[in-house]
Structure formats: structure tokens, C-alpha cells
Design a protein around this ligand. Structure first.
Ligand code: NAP
Length: 297
């Protein structure tokens, strides 16, 4: 329960709806900004007045998953209001007030450091990233089914990267009967791929590896699906790049070769905003109650 805690939710998308519902259920005092065009109303929530003394009570501020832009502006799909997170305003929060965002750009990090407030980029946490890999995989399945005319079962699928998303993808597509290979760069990861009964590919030498496949799933946020890889793909192959923008694919070359290549960011918020909001709510609630600065063990 969050009885006695004061939490401001500022801007965001459909994920925040579930987050606000949960915070209300847990009895937090919830302040909202950037939700004036939302059809649903939260009777228990209070409109955040940036000029009032509400700010002096805040234990936590929850920003949208993208955080702020490079000038401190906060986007929200439920409002046309321009919300700006300023240094002066943040300094008025209690010293223990924690600021949550999905990711943190340099501006947000700088703001947190100047105001000496704890900034928690949730997507950097292993627990959030692993929970989020579940809707990410489901979104990947949806896109593959929408964009191909063959079954996943029996297809040859290459997953690049065996991190939090790559691991979930590799296992799921293996269970669906695909022939899965996984591109990795360390011998430790290659051993893990082998242990999973899958085929490791050494990413340090992809130009020489057999990269022919029906579906190429990239999770590496660097340009790894370059021309040398794309030229090995059959014309019916599809590249789905899940890595953060701008992805890790040479989209220009893929287009030139007529290979379908999609960058697919933000799948949890698209296919399962309720689950994605619940994941954020659960972790935020734990951290707020613990009031801990380093709780990523
Ligand atoms: P992660 O756990 O850090 O995994 C990244 C993987 O990329 C690791 O296997 C890492 O290998 C590998 N890698 C990094 N740099 C590399 C390079 N230069 N060459 C070869 N391999 C390299 O990250 P994650 O949580 O799985 O997320 C992966 C990406 O997906 C991120 O960009 C994330 O923002 C994005 N994402 C997208 C969605 C979506 O909806 N599309 C959802 C969630 C996450 P090592 O282990 O050897 O370092």
C-alpha cells in the first residue's frame, strides 16, 4: 500500500492509465498533469498545480517512458498542454523525492544532478526490461504474423543479441517450432545459446557466417544488420528491428534490395499498455516504499 505517499504523474500515454489506477488502488495521493483530454476521469486524483505547495509534499514524480525532450518538455497524448520540468520547480520538491522515467536523456540526468534528486530510468533496470520483454515478444509475433505469408513453425529465424529481449525472443520462437540461430559476440553467450539447443552465430564475423534466414530479428542498438548481412537474405525475408531508434539496420540498403525491413519501437505500449503500465506501477511502488537509491539487485 502507498497510504501517505504523494505521487505526481506528469504526461504519458495509455500505460499511465493503468499506473494511475494502481496508485489509486494502493491509496497513494495522486496528482495529475497532462491528462485533461482523457475521457476517463480519476475521481480520487488531484490536478497538479505547479505553483501551489503540492510540490513540497511529493515523494515521487513519474514522467512518461521517454522522459523529457532535450529542453525539458514533457509529452503526453492526453493533453495539448505544454509541460516543462524546470530546475526551480524540481528544487521545491522534498530532498527525498524520486523522479521516475522510462529512459533518461542528458537533459534529464543534468536536471537531476543539479537539483540533487534521485533519477530512476526504469528501462535500465533488469527487472523492468525482463518483464517488458514479454509484451515485446508478443508484439513481435503480431508483426511477423501480419507481415509474412508463411508460418513461424519451420521458419529459419536469426535473433541478434542475447540480452533481456533477445533471450525471450529466442526461447519463444524455438518453442513455436522455428529453427532459431542467435547472433552473439562473447563466448559466454555462445555457450548459453548452445545450452539452449540453438545455433550460435559469431557476430564479430557475420560477413562470413551463414545469415540466410526467413526472419531476422535485431535487438542490438548498433548498426549490425549492414549490407554484408542483408545481401545474404532471400528476397522473401523480413527484418524486424526492435532495437531503440534508429535501430541497427541499414534500412536504405534493405529497401534497395527489396527486403521488407521494419523498425518496431515501443511494442509493450502498443500491444499491451495495461500490462506495461502494471509493470511500471509494481516497480515504482516497491522503490517508493523502500525509498532506496540503488535497488537494482
Ligand atoms: P540488453 O539486455 O542490453 O541486450 C543487448 C544485446 O545487444 C546484448 O546481447 C549485447 O551483447 C548486444 N550488443 C550490444 N552492443 C553490441 C555490438 N556492438 N555488437 C554485438 N552485440 C552487441 O538490451 P535489451 O533489454 O535486450 O534491449 C535490446 C534493445 O531493444 C534496446 O535497444 C532496447 O531499447 C530495445 N527494446 C525495444 C523494445 C521494442 O518494443 N521494440 C522493447 C524493449 C526493448 P553483450 O551481452 O555481449 O553486451
Amino acid at each position: 500500500m502507498l497510504t501517505g505517499y504523494h505521487v505526481a504523474v506528469i504526461g504519458g500515454d495509455a500505460r499511465q492509465i493503468e499506473l494511475i489506477r494502481r496508485l489509486n488502488e494502493w491509496d497513494a495521493t495522486v496528482y495529475l498533469a497532462g491528462f485533461d483530454q482523457l475521457n476517463e476521469s480519476f475521481r480520487e486524483a488531484i490536478d497538479l498545480d505547479f505553483d501551489s505547495d503540492q510540490v513540497e509534499k511529493l515523494d515521487a514524480i513519474i514522467l512518461p517512458v521517454p522522459g523529457t525532450d532535450s529542453e525539458g518538455k514533457i509529452e503526453g497524448i492526453f493533453s495539448n498542454q505544454l509541460i516543462h520540468l524546470s530546475e526551480e520547480w524540481l528544487k521545491r520538491t522534498p530532498a527525498h523525492c524520486q523522479v521516475f522515467s522510462g529512459i533518461a536523456n542528458d537533459h534529464l540526468k543534468d536536471l537531476a544532478s543539479k537539483t540533487n534528486r534521485t533519477l530512476i530510468p526504469l528501462m535500465d533496470r533488469d527487472d523492468v526490461a525482463i518483464y517488458n520483454s514479454i509484451p515485446t515478444v508478443e508484439g513481435t509475433l503480431m508483426l511477423i504474423i501480419q507481415h509474412t505469408d508463411f508460418t513461424i513453425h519451420g521458419s529459419k529465424i536469426i535473433v541478434l543479441g542475447l540480452g533481456r529481449v533477445g533471450m525471450s525472443l529466442a526461447r519463444t520462437f524455438d518453442h513455436l517450432g522455428a529453427k532459431v540461430s542467435v547472433g552473439v559476440r562473447s563466448s559466454k553467450a555462445a555457450a548459453r545459446v548452445y545450452e539452449m539447443g540453438l545455433e550460435p552465430i559469431d557476430m564479430k564475423d557475420m560477413a562470413k557466417a551463414d545469415m540466410s534466414c526467413d526472419i531476422l530479428l535485431n535487438t542490438v542498438p548498433h548498426l549490425v544488420v549492414d549490407a554484408s548481412v542483408i545481401k545474404q537474405l532471400p528476397s522473401h525475408a523480413m527484418i524486424l528491428d526492435l532495437a531503440s531508434k534508429p535501430g541497427g539496420t541499414d534500412f536504405r540498403y534493405a529497401d534497395k534490395r527489396g527486403i521488407k525491413a521494419l523498425l518496431a519501437p515501443g511494442l509493450p505500449g502498443i500491444v499491451a499498455p495495461k500490462t506495461a503500465g502494471r509493470i511500471i506501477a509494481d516497480v515504482v511502488s516497491r522503490i517508493v516504499q523502500k525509498g532506496s537509491r540503488k535497488e537494482n539487485e
